[in-house]
Design a protein. Structure first.
Length: 115
């Protein structure tokens, strides 16, 4: 096993978890997912990474299961959460993401800014 393989696992699960959180924060159909996006993202990405490794260890797949890959997946997921928190802050701050701001009225004072 090479370190490049572990980096790929790490990067994939980092992005996967980050996008799961982002998607759950922005969606409006399922309030529970919107309320706990980080918990949901980790509860999907970590078991998914484990399941993939278990399936790779079966005789039906011509790959091998690696515990190091599972660790890289898990650490990538955790770093994905940390990156989300660094970039966007708390998911509770996303209450107005889906609301569009009303159009501004053109007046004599601000008509020059429109070309």
């Amino acid at each position: 096993m090479s370190n490049a393989d572990l980096v790929v696992h790490f990067f994939f699960y980092c992005v996967f978890t980050f996008l799961l959180i982002l998607g759950n924060v922005r969606q409006t159909q399922f309030p529970t997912l919107k309320k706990h996006p980080i918990l949901f993202a980790l509860s999907v990405s970590v078991p998914f990474g484990g399941l993939v490794e278990i399936i790779q260890g079966t005789k039906f797949v011509s790959r091998s299961a690696e515990l190091a890959d599972f660790y890289a997946n898990t650490v990538g997921g955790i770093i994905g959460v940390i990156l989300f928190l660094i970039i966007y802050g708390s998911p509770k701050n996303f209450k107005t993401w889906n609301k569009k701001s009303p159009p501004t009225k053109i007046t004599e004072d601000n008509h020059h800014s429109i070309s």
